[in-house]
Ligand binder design. Structure first.
Ligand SMILES: Nc1nc(O)c(N)c(N[C@@H]2O[C@H](COP(=O)(O)O)[C@@H](O)[C@H]2O)n1
Length: 154
């Protein structure tokens, strides 16, 4: 049976990028995966000045609103790099927090789906035809962690 997640306050809310799990990426501490992801849109762009503002955003919702500001130009390679950037951040989150790592591993081989009614790239969209890249990343991180556990058992 597939596991659908979306809002932080609902079951499996720890799978949302908005969950309150700060991550350290290359020595910088980000309040949530969402803060990090939204800031990366502007690395090397003319709008790099927004990065510390996103970093300091009080909530992931505010970070997302800043990152989605259509008046700002995102980096040229964003479409090419965004999935890998998200993968790195999600992996770091689940490697950092053993409690949510256990929740992820306990999902076994279930399909994980971000049940976003609006996002057809990271989620499944309102008609469930979306590409679900966040779910795919979570399943990939789940497998990576299982393999790491096998190596450390040897
Ligand atoms: N909680 C929540 N609210 C939304 O409005 C969302 N779109 C999502 N999905 C997450 O949004 C991020 C994608 O943002 P961009 O559209 O690329 O700016 C990504 O973290 C999705 O998982 N979640």
């Amino acid at each position: 049976m597939a596991i659908y997640f979306y809002k932080v306050c609902e079951p499996y809310g720890c799978f949302s990028n908005f969950s309150p799990h700060p991550i350290d990426i290359q020595g910088t501490y980000w309040s949530t995966v969402e803060h990090y992801y939204q800031a990366q849109k502007f690395v090397g762009s003319a709008n790099e000045a927004i990065i510390p503002i996103i970093h300091a955003a009080a909530t992931p919702e505010q970070a997302a609103a800043l990152g989605r500001d259509r008046t700002l130009q995102v980096r040229r390679d964003w479409e090419t790099v965004k999935t890998q950037i998200m993968h790195v951040a999600v992996r770091q989150k689940f490697l950092t927090y053993p409690d949510i790592q256990s929740i992820l591993i306990a999902t076994g081989d279930e399909l994980l789906v971000e049940n976003s009614p609006t996002d057809y790239y990271w989620g499944c969209g309102c008609d469930r035809t979306g590409q679900n890249y966040l779910g795919k990343i979570l399943m990939s991180v789940r497998q990576e962690i299982r393999e790491l556990a096998l190596v450390s058992d040897q």
